[in-house]
Design a protein around this ligand. Structure first.
Ligand SMILES: *Cc1c(COP(=O)(O)O)cnc(C)c1O
Length: 396
């Protein structure tokens, strides 16, 4: 069996999406910025794509900026809000310790430029609260940026409540919704979101294309300088095949949320229950406020890397945390943020499933994982000490 269970890293591009992209390579290949007829036809396709994306998140088409993906959208949202803040003498930004590195590294850069950054603590269940945000906001705060759903542990944050606090306090609110768009219903107006990032390849669209939604009236700062594309706020010839593909992918994903979610949640819960039967195992992230397809657990006495390699030999393709940090030996900053000690954070497994996975695959994953964990524990000196009582179990 070959089971792809790493949909949080990227998803398979849907067949209908590929079919929608192809004509933009060899038929409608004109540059939408050209004034001739084929150029204007491409411009019409661009307009339709913008409308489709806007509709899926309750935004207006002129609030949609096409980018090269989620990372660029995060960078632009944060830098823009920081520049608006700076012009008013407000140089304080609030975020959380478990954001994606596209957010954290942008904040590091701003900190070196004199901004003051507050990273909110994340509760053990992977949640931050609107109350924490309220307490952290001060007169100097120009931006709150908090992810919609965490990419490693899947916890979905109280975005509407956080947005309401920001609105009341007159502070801009950005959310990295890369893991959420196409998987849960989002309405930027209803949820008080000023700026939002998304990425097509996380909802069965192509890689290398994303969107920054920025509410009307927010003055954006360029990350890419050049031509006048995207109202002069994001230069570069439009990646038309990718944009057309993204428009189809977001509609397809959003239309199917209500049909797919119950099926995915059922598989997810089966997986969680099955894996938690393994002794000294803990679930990471909130049990209920959780992405439909996310499972993340820590096994005591295990090295996540060895676990992944052995599961790979069984045809199970998972990850230990974020794809972006694999290859580095540091434990996940997300697991550390929710208070897992280093040695526990090292023993993590993330399985991110989607509608094309099956019930039988869940049984297979549970069976194989049980065997591999037992095998690895039997070889581990740490496990032997734990069993002999020479060390205390961290996970009961
Ligand atoms: C994947 C991901 C990103 C980066 O998106 P890219 O399109 O790959 O640049 C940012 N934030 C989160 C939460 C993600 O999961």
């Amino acid at each position: 069996m070959n089971i792809y269970a790493d949909n949080a890293a990227t998803t398979k591009t849907s067949r209908t999406v590929i079919d929608a992209m192809l004509p933009y390579f060899d038929k409608f290949y004109a540059n939408p910025s050209s004034l001739h007829t084929p150029g204007q036809e491409a411009m019409e396709a661009l307009t339709r794509a913008r409308e489709a994306v806007a509709k899926c998140i309750g935004a207006k088409p002129n609030e949609i900026i096409f980018t090269s993906g989620g990372s660029e959208a995060d960078n632009q949202a944060i830098v823009s809000a920081a520049m608006i803040g700076k012009s008013k003498g407000k140089m304080h930004i609030i975020s959380t310790a478990f954001e994606h590195h596209a957010v954290l590294h942008t904040l590091d850069k701003l900190e070196k430029e004199g901004f003051k950054i507050t990273l909110l603590d994340v509760h053990e269940n992977g949640m931050v609260s609107a109350e924490q945000v309220r307490e952290a906001i001060c007169d100097d705060t120009c931006l709150v940026t908090i992810m919609y759903a965490n990419n490693e542990i899947g916890s979905i944050q109280p975005i509407k409540e956080i947005g309401a606090v920001c609105k009341e306090k007159n502070v801009l609110f950005h959310t990295d919704a890369v893991q959420a768009v196409g998987h849960v219903h989002i309405d930027v107006k209803d949820e008080n979101i000023d700026m939002l990032s998304m990425s097509a390849h996380k909802f069965h669209g192509p890689k290398g294309v994303g969107v920054l939604y920025a509410r009307t009236g927010i003055r954006l700062t360029n990350i890419i300088e050049g031509g006048a594309q995207e109202k002069g706020k994001r230069a570069g010839t439009h990646n038309m095949p990718a944009i057309a593909g993204m428009a189809v992918a977001i509609k397809e994903a959003c239309d199917a949320i209500d049909t797919h979610t119950p099926k995915i949640v059922k598989m997810r819960d089966k997986l969680i229950e099955g894996l938690l039967q393994i002794p000294h195992t803990v679930l990471n992230g909130d049990r209920y406020s959780r992405l439909p397809g996310n499972v993340n657990v820590c096994f005591e006495g295990i090295e996540g890397e060895s676990l992944l390699l052995m599961l790979d030999m069984d045809g199970i393709y998972a990850s230990s945390g974020s794809a972006c940090t694999s290859g580095s030996l540091d434990p996940s900053h997300v697991l550390l943020a929710i208070g897992r000690p280093h040695e526990i954070a090292h023993g993590s497994l993330r399985l991110s499933i989607d509608y094309d996975n099956t019930d039988e695959e869940m049984d297979y994953i549970i069976e194989k994982t049980k065997k591999v964990v037992e095998y690895l524990r039997n070889m581990s000196p740490v496990w032997s000490d734990l069993k002999k009582g020479k060390r205390e179990y961290v996970i009961q």
